[in-house]
Design a protein around this ligand. Structure first.
Ligand SMILES: [Ca+2]
Ligand SMILES: [Ca+2]
Length: 213
């Protein structure tokens, strides 16, 4: 970490970056870790500061705002999304763990309120409709609420994209907003951690079925 004058003021030993997301408040959110599993053990929030310099344009630097050990969650994805449409983004983590109700370690979705300095659990999901490999958030219908798009595994090795809406207490799936995806679909990419959605995938689901207003 460097201050505005370019002086080294701190060092963070985080291992490699597992996933990252930029937010509209000029912030960078990271999942980092040392594990060879491809999953992380730490979440880091970094703000991107810009200081106008007299006659010299703008000087930018990074400032670490928040760092939390999440080793027990094995996080693999981090996103900011306004799941309830109140204008404030929630912080969403893809995690890999057992739960009290499901002893099999699986990918799960944890949603936190994020006031900027702590993680406040909102919904720590044990399951969606089916086991899932990846997720994304997109506001399909422009109402300010981000819908969840999950890449789910169907019996027999088939996959589908499924849309979920926040219901105040969790996510409700819409069987009418669902598309089958073939293993060689250009909406998917193969990674060591399983199939992942390409960036175009959520929009493809939105276009396929216009969500209810
Ligand atoms: Ca919100
Ligand atoms: Ca929406």
């Amino acid at each position: 970490m460097f201050d505005g004058a370019g002086t080294l003021v701190g060092r963070v030993e985080t291992g490699r970056v597992v996933d990252l997301s930029f937010d509209r408040d000029r912030a960078l959110y990271l999942v980092a870790g040392r594990s060879p599993t491809g999953r992380g053990d730490r979440m880091i929030h970094i703000s991107i500061e810009a200081t106008p310099q007299q006659g010299e344009g703008v000087e930018g630097y990074l400032r670490m705002r928040f760092s939390r050990d999440l080793g027990g969650l094995a996080p693999w994805k981090i996103r900011l999304a306004d799941v309830d449409g109140d204008g404030r983004p929630e912080l969403v983590l893809g995690v890999f763990k057992r739960t009290r109700f499901d002893p099999v370690p699986r990918k799960r979705l944890f949603v936190y309120d994020w006031p900027g300095y702590t993680l406040v659990p909102r919904w720590l999901g044990s399951r969606l409709s089916l086991p899932f490999e990846d997720f994304a958030f997109v506001d399909c219908n422009g109402d300010g609420r981000d819908e969840l798009v999950a890449l789910e595994q169907r019996p027999g090795g088939r996959r589908r994209l499924m849309r979920y809406d926040w219901n105040g207490f969790g996510f409700s799936g819409d069987e009418n907003a669902m598309v089958q995806v073939a293993p060689d679909s250009d909406l998917l990419q193969s990674t060591p951690d399983g199939m992942r959605l390409r960036p175009a995938a959520p929009a493809a689901l939105c276009a396929r079925k216009d969500p209810s207003p």
